[in-house]
Design a protein around this ligand. Sequence first.
Ligand code: FAD
Length: 427
Amino acid sequence: MHRIVVVGGGIAGIVIATHLSRRLARSKTAEILLIDHNFSHVWKPMLHTFAAGTANYGSENISFFSQAKRSGFKYWPGELAGLDRSRKLVDLGPVRLPDATKSLPGRSLPYDTLILAVGSRANDFGTPGVAENCHFVDNIGEANAFNNLLRSRMLQAIDARTDLHVVIVGGGATGVELSAELARRTEILSSYVHEATATRVHLTLIETGPRLLGPFPERISKAVEAKLRRIGVDVRTKTKVVESDKDGVVLEGGQRIDAALIVWAAGIKAPEVVAKLDGLDVSRQGQILVRPTLQSKQDDSVFALGDCSSLPGKDGKPLPTTAQVARQQAVFLARSLARHLGQNRPLAEFHFRDMGSLVSLADYAAYGTLGSYGFFRGGFLKGRLAHVAHAALYRMHQMSLYGPVRGGVVSLTDDLARAVRPRVDLS
Ligand SMILES: Cc1cc2nc3c(=O)[nH]c(=O)nc-3n(C[C@H](O)[C@H](O)[C@H](O)COP(=O)(O)OP(=O)(O)OC[C@H]3O[C@@H](n4cnc5c(N)ncnc54)[C@H](O)[C@@H]3O)c2cc1C
């Protein structure tokens, strides 16, 4: 059987493994193995809510083992470490086991088709002190670690009646949404614990560019900035962080902002290992350059999709690193590869359909554009409708993994659990 190895079980990886298995189940032309260094899948656009403690990770992750069993692929934990294209072997490094004292050993696995979907991280652009002193929210480990620190520092601040300063660097969707969730967390916590908490937590959002949410229309950037200011976030655009230390950040021009917690949510780059994959060409952000078939430039057997890949869109600029692109590419490649392997049809070419973008400011507000497809193309969304549309993206993802019946039950259970759980994670 044709052996397909998918590395990375994020949005692109789990969708392609699931859909490809369903499509190839009857013909039994290929076996699919999914590798990820984590044991469960998480919808990455929710990470900032786990970091802020406004959502509960325990009920929002999908075990790779159970998804594999349900969908007919195999899963094994592994860390992408290298590639030998001439021998068609992918090298995996050791993976830390849940008890954190032991690891599973590394190994080399043979493939006929390799699909790389290892995502991206924030990019510190080599800014001094950032790697050592800033927190990142690029994976569930980092989001949970930040949440633990946040809870501790908040309790200390309440107890000592001191102020807590939090700086968020990066005015893209991640930084904006995280700022709003942190403001919401503070507000909820103050209603639970102490009337004065809200006045003791100071949030500063720093963006180098002239406005927040650069890729969104200016109208949305303005509305988002105004809303963030209203909920108490100190928004600073045209402001560049040039250094960070354990007590805060230094801005271009020499001004300092002191902070107990600094989150770096600016820029993106592919995981470092991607640039070391046996001579595959990469972009400046270290993403694998791919052709419209999503095959790498050099090797027909190696595909890449989602954030770790770079493909020019209609305007010649690389497609954005978003959940929408990752999902569309995964659904597309599952169909294209299944036809190629099952019916010997040529691989199809991917064309991105921009369905619009949404940004959600916790319970406070949501805004969006409707993209260039569909009946209401180019329109704006805001308020309840935008909130519902934002939540629907995650629900659609769950449905596509679980199927409509199970997906519907999972959504209902989540909604019921949310209704009875404390609104912030206080455990
Ligand atoms: C806080 C936050 C909020 C966001 N909000 C939005 C939003 O509102 N809308 C939107 O469109 N996009 C949003 N994004 C971006 C979006 O999440 C990404 O574009 C999307 O997840 C990309 O999907 P992917 O499958 O390429 O990568 P990911 O979903 O990141 O998946 C990568 C997978 O690879 C695994 N992996 C990584 N390295 C290795 C390795 N060496 N070995 C093995 N496995 C590995 C990881 O464990 C992970 O499972 C947000 C991102 C963040 C961080």
